[in-house]
Structure formats: C-alpha cells, structure tokens
Design a protein around this ligand. Structure first.
Ligand code: NAD
Length: 489
C-alpha cells in the first residue's frame, strides 16, 4: 500500500485540469486506524458554476459524436480499471476500511458496469417506420445535456461507476460530487478517464459537502441529478432538484428483511444471512438488517452463531465502519435493543484490533427476540448487526416486511417454490432474493428500490437508466411529392 498511503491533497477536476483555489479544507481520515490521509477542498457555488460552463462547452462536440465513437473511450477505461485493479482496491480500503476482497469486488463490478455501457450501440437502436405511404416516423435517443451525480461513502468506486459510463456513453457531460468522506477513488477515476481519452470538460469533479449539493440542485445549467445516499438527504435532494425542474432519481437508505422458513437449507441459509449482514461491515444498502424467522428456525440461528459469525475476525475478514460517529451510533443501537428487552446473542461492541487501536471496528452482532416497535427493527443501523424477529407464519412475516418505510431489498430462504413465490409477489421491495442474501441485479437488469429507498421514476443502472439519461426526439418526414396527403400528414 506504500504508494497509496502517500496521498496527494484532493483537488477539483474541471475542464480536464486538477485545481484547488484557496478553499477552506477538511481532513480526510482513514477508518482503518483513524489517521489523516488527505485534505479536501470545501467548494461552493462558484466551483459548480465553473464546472457547468466547462461541461456545457464540452457537450457540443461530445454529444455530436456517434454512440460507437463514444464507447471507444469506455473500452479503454474498462481496460485501465482492470490494469490498475490492485491500486484501486487498496485505495478503496484506505479511505473506506473494507477488506481487500470486498474492495476488489467493487472494482470488478465497475468493470461489469463499463461492459454494459460499451454494449449500448447494441441496445440503443433508434426506431423508424413508414406510417403512411411515403411518410416516415423515427424516434432517436438524444442526451439531455449537463447532468450531475452525487455519491455516498460506502462504495467509493462502484457507485460513481453506476452513473459515469452510462450517462457519458449516451452523450451527456457530467459533474460529480463524491462523498467528502471518500474522495480519493473518484479523483483516481477522473485520471483514468482522461488517460482513456475522454475529452476535457466531459467529466468534472467538484469536491465538498452540502453546499456543493445545494449548488447542483439550484444551478439552471444542470438538467438532471442522480443521488445515492441516505433517505434523509435523498428527500432533500429530490425536492430541491425537482423544484428547479430538473429530472431526478434519488436512491435512499434501506432496512432489508430476510424471511427464513423452517424448511430452508440450514447451511446455505446461515452462511448467506451472516454474509449479507456483515459484508462491507454491514454498510451496504443491500445488507440484511432484519431476519424474520418463521416458526421453528432455532437450528438455523444456532448455525449462524456457532459456525458462521464466529468466523468473522475484525481487522481481518471484517472491515472497519466508516467513522468514530458511525461506531458510536451502531453501539448505541445495540445498547438500546438490550434496554428494550431484546437478547444480544453475539455482541460486537468494545471491539479493538491490535495494532489498529485508532480504527473504527464493530464485531458481528446478532440480536434475538426483537419486536417490531424497537428501533433496531425499524431504523437503518448501517453496521454488522442483524435483528431477529420471530413470526408465527409466513403471512405474519410478510406483514412485518411490508410494515417497513423502506423497500430496497427483501429475501426468502426456503426449499418450497410456492412459498418463495408468495414472497416474490407480496414483499414491498424493489429487489427480491430467493435463497440469496444480497439480491443485486446484474446488467442488463436495473438496480433500484421502492418506497423510501428511492424517489423518482426509473432505476439508476442497467436498461432502466437509459431512459433517465436520454430524451427522445421524434421526427416525421416526407420526401416523396407524390405521397398521399391525409389527415395526419
Ligand atoms: P449521506 O446521505 O450522508 O451522503 C450522501 C451524499 O449527500 C454525500 O455526497 C454528502 O456530501 C451529501 N450530503 C450529506 N448531507 C447533506 C445535506 N444535508 N444536504 C445536501 N447534501 C448532503 O449518505 P452516506 O452516509 O454517505 O451513505 C450511506 C447511506 O447511503 C446509507 O443510508 C445507505 O443505505 C445509502 N445508500 C443507498 C444506496 C441505494 O442504492 N439505495 C446505495 C449506497 C448507499
């Protein structure tokens, strides 16, 4: 990790140049050991305005290239992601704290996202039809203009790549506002995009916090905003961006329920549930947060406890959480559950890692006999914690899942196709798993939740995102003077 630990200061990337113009700065910390690794400029409206002007200028030539020309840059970018995978992985680890394997999987997913984007010429085929003799209608997908992407801390490489390849291949130019907690990965992506041959101004980075997000929502030169983060901020961004008549899709937080039926395969279920709640230290919007155990599932809980959760060693195969505040928040939730009468089967509080005492670690935590009124049953904890609620039957389990304000993912573990189908049909969530604890759809399928896990129409990746990043132009033409004249043409 040597070359990576010597980080440069974070800079904005505008019109193909890295710059930092006397901004007030904030420290960037590594959650692995609490050390300061960089400093970040707190940009403002004037930086967003400068990036918008560069993007507008670049839009004219970028949008006039053919789709097949634009994807060439992303073939190169995909190769560069692959070539630099070890460095990119270590950079994610440094700023986010996840394990090497988790961080590498993130870059691998970014590569898959690029592969979808470069297949766009095969997917986005314009339509043409002769609607009456000599008269033709055609529909073309056109880019929208300057778009913005605002990202969270938990996937510093993958979430930016949810939007960059698709939006740019489709002819837009972009301003990205990465999470101020993990800005280094995005800065490296900007370098790789330039190396891949992306023209100046097509992709811009403006670093900072709330002020930059507000400037993006308000700026009249930006046509569309995508946001990924907590529900609280997703609501603010959705309201503010749409109030200035932008199109917006805002993905929020989650509280995912896994319904475990007594006939489920015990080994597979125990390992899937534990992997889902603990992967990336539980800081995934697709993480299992509540296990609804239907009827007699004690043997599965025993396996989760005795075999699976015990394998998790903080600092080795269980990464850190993002900050001291996050650690405190997660530990407070566990304490509250205990006070409310739940049973802490496995307690991850008071975890330290020898040699990394300044790091923010929480051990895997399993809380049993949780009831639906408790905060650990209702609120997003965003740590390696699972709450077990016991249900008498499947109807009661589905009712518990349906009672959540969120609706990102839900899963069922069973060997019965009929019971699985009931959950597929009745769960109130956008992404459903059957015997899968992290049901992330893979390209060309789209990613996006329901209820308070997503605001706006359409999903953020896959085929559904094409509509978000484009607008249709409809042309009706007649070149034949002998063409029939009728009521339509
Ligand atoms: P966050 O909402 O705190 O921050 C997200 C972005 O919003 C950041 O760029 C941040 O600078 C900005 N921001 C923060 N407060 C703001 C405010 N008051 N006004 C304007 N902008 C503000 O989220 P986070 O803590 O970085 O990420 C974790 C959250 O993201 C979790 O809730 C997680 O479930 C969610 N998430 C959701 C998905 C999904 O697909 N639904 C994916 C990843 C993460």
């Amino acid at each position: 990790m040597d070359t990576i630990t010597k980080q440069r200061e974070v800079k904005n990337f505008i019109d193909g140049k890295f710059e930092r113009n006397g901004h007030v700065s904030m420290d960037v910390m590594s959650p692995i050991d609490g050390s300061i690794i960089s400093s970040l400029p707190l940009s403002d409206y004037s930086d967003v305005d400068k990036a918008v002007k560069a993007s507008q200028k670049a839009f004219t030539s970028w949008s006039s290239k053919t789709l097949k020309e634009r994807v060439q840059v992303f073939f190169n970018y995909r190769t560069l992601l692959e070539k630099n995978i070890d460095e990119l992985t270590k950079l994610i680890q440094l700023e986010n704290g996840k394990t090497y394997g988790e961080a590498k999987a993130e870059v691998e997913k970014s590569i898959e996202l690029c592969e979808f984007a470069v297949s766009m010429p095969q997917i986005v085929v314009n339509e043409v039809q002769e609607v009456s003799k000599g008269v033709e209608c055609r529909t073309e997908s056109r880019p929208i203009g300057v778009v913005a992407s605002i990202t969270p801390f938990n996937f510093p490489n993958m979430v930016p790549n949810w939007t960059i390849p698709n939006a740019l291949v489709l002819g837009n130019t972009m301003i990205m506002k990465p999470s101020e907690i993990v800005p280094l990965s995005s800065m490296r992506l900007a370098e790789l995009l330039k190396e891949a041959g992306l023209p100046d101004g097509v992709f811009n980075l403006v670093n900072g916090g709330k002020e930059v997000v507000e400037a993006i929502c308000d700026h009249p030169g930006i046509k569309a905003v995508s946001f990924v983060g907590s529900t609280k901020v997703a609501k603010i961004v959705y309201k503010r961006a749409t109030s200035t008549l932008k199109r917006c899709v805002a993905l929020g937080g989650a509280k995912n329920h896994l319904i475990v039926l007594p006939d489920a395969n015990p080994e597979m279920t125990a390992s899937n549930v534990v992997a889902s709640m603990s992967g990336c230290a539980g800081q995934r919007c697709m993480a299992a947060s509540v296990m609804v155990g239907v009827d007699k599932v004690q043997h599965i809980i025993d396996k989760m406890m005795l075999i699976e959760a015990k394998k998790l060693i903080p600092g080795e195969n269980l990464g850190s959480v993002i900050s001291a505040e996050a650690k405190k928040r997660i530990e407070n939730y566990i304490a509250q559950a205990e006070k409310d009468g739940a049973k802490i089967l496995l307690d991850g509080r008071k975890t330290t890692v020898p040699g990394k005492e300044g790091g923010y670690y929480v051990g895997a935590t399993i809380i049993d006999h949780v009831t639906i009124d408790m905060s650990v049953a209702r609120e997003e904890i965003f740590g390696p914690v699972i709450s077990i609620i016991r249900a008498k039957n499947l109807d009661e389990a589905i009712e518990i899942e349906n009672g959540s304000n969120y609706g990102n993912a839900a899963a069922v573990f069973t060997q019965s196709g009929g019971l699985a189908k009931q959950v597929m049909e009745r769960a109130s969530a956008g992404m459903i798993g059957v015997n899968i604890g992290v049901p992330v759809p893979r390209e060309p399928f789209s990613f996006g939740g329901w209820n308070e896990s997503k605001f706006g129409v359409g999903d953020i990746t896959g085929r559904s995102s094409i509509e978000f990043w484009t607008q249709n132009k409809k042309t009706t033409s007649k070149w034949n003077p002998q063409a029939q004249i009728n009521w339509m043409s």
